[in-house]
Write a protein that binds this ligand. Sequence first.
Ligand SMILES: [Zn+2]
Length: 293
Amino acid sequence: MLFILMCRMKSLLFSSPTLLTISCHPTKTMPSLSFQIPRTLSDKFPIIQNPNFLGLKAFSSFNPSISTSVECPGSRMEGPRFSYGEIHIILGPMFAGKTTSLLRRIQTESNNGRSVAIIKSNKDTRYGLEYTVTHDGAKFPCWALADLSSFRQKYGVNAYEKLDVIGIDEAQFFGDLYDFCRKAADHDGKTVIVAGLDGDYLRRSFGSVLNIIPLADSVTKLTARCELCGKRAFFTLRKTKDTPTELIGGADVYMPVCRQHYVNGQLAIEATRILESQRIQCDSYLEASSPPS
Ligand SMILES: [Zn+2]
């Protein structure tokens, strides 16, 4: 008789998914299991009011000191004082005012009593390594580093813990930008403000800047003024024939341009490059074919 009863119970429990509902809620306090037993069934089989019947244990019966260490996706257990960080990205071509906007935001945060620091790439030595400097001369003390992962150690672990806001200038030069920003905002509670070029001189994605857009709270694309017509400029035209992606330079090498003048400028530069290469070939031919004097 007991065997028949157990078989009927198993059949009722596992043949219909509506009879037993188990849900895990990833809340800030702890995950929870809830059981919804139809009254008629629980009346019929009072033994299943005890969840241990199924080899499961309701979390409420756990030792709280154990259950609070459980981490569900989307939840943190650091306590009520922890606050998450933010990531804000400032994009645009050269001469769009990205560094100016970064410094303005950092200055505002500092004025509000928050602890701030700026990091820039040590590849950009145009204005020295001590300061981040805008094209119009404004400047702010900074850390010039080869990579972002070394910042915490170099800044000091204790000092880093107290830091509220981190600015990153010329972000396209940092290969570890994604990992740094994610950790700083998600785990360390920092506000990270990133300024960098979205595209290189060929309008291809530059470095990791675009990769962090999915992490960001906000993205701002700034524009400059086209140097040739004064319209809004979205792109950076390299004026020289050099081809490396990373070529540090200012107005002597680059200029902001609108779409029309970017396309025309690229065509003109390409035409010049072809003409020059043909001239060099021609000169070489003449040198090789001229009789020795
Ligand atoms: Zn133009």
